[in-house]
Design a protein around this ligand. Sequence first.
Ligand SMILES: Nc1ncnc2c1ncn2[C@@H]1O[C@H](COP(=O)(O)OP(=O)(O)OP(=O)(O)O)[C@@H](O)[C@H]1O
Length: 212
Amino acid sequence: MPLLSLTNVQKSYGSHQVLAITDWQIEEGIYWIQGENGAGKSTLFRTLAGMLAHEGEIVLDERYSLRRQPVEYRLRLNLGEAEPLYPAFLTPADLLAFVGEAQQSPAGQMKYLTEVLGINYLDQPLGGCSSGMVKKLSLALAFLGRPRLIILDEPLITIDQEARAALFALIKAYRAEGVSFLLSSHQPFAPSDLPITAGYALRNRTLVPWQP
Ligand SMILES: Nc1ncnc2c1ncn2[C@@H]1O[C@H](COP(=O)(O)OP(=O)(O)OP(=O)(O)O)[C@@H](O)[C@H]1O
């Protein structure tokens, strides 16, 4: 049963078409998406997260259409952006509380995520946090709630080895609970890092099986 189906999905900025995906489906698993700079990965992920207007049909779990059941769909699909930007005066505690409520985070989940990812600067305004500290927070936010699919755009940029190991452990733990992942990276993941189900490349505005 497909977890995510895209049919005739198109996205343009003005006259510049970035996505033209006729038919693409994935089942549960951990997927890796590669793309050259400017290929459209962030545009694809923001489209899947419902942040950009698009043409075509995007359906999760054969039931939740982004267009027709937007609330149910968004509760089940989380996005961690490549280069997250937050207002400088907010703290990690503020954002975790806000996103946690919106995503209906179960009791204890925020504490678990902040401990695993080493977010021990909960009350420090983000304007005074390093890019790695902001990135780790954005990753924690992407795991909140009870998602079916978590999309992480360039999850490894700016984070250190310890956070990378913690993130991979978290991905495996969530995967064991039935959560699927779409990850982008300019570099392929080593098989020892993560059990990747399949890789795709974003080329010529569409997704094709990845080949080295
Ligand atoms: N808001 C926007 N307005 C106009 N064009 C945009 C906008 N955002 C992205 N683009 C264009 O769409 C194309 C795809 O951009 P996108 O950011 O999705 O690529 P990407 O694959 O994520 O790139 P990178 O790996 O460099 O982050 C680029 O040609 C970019 O210039």
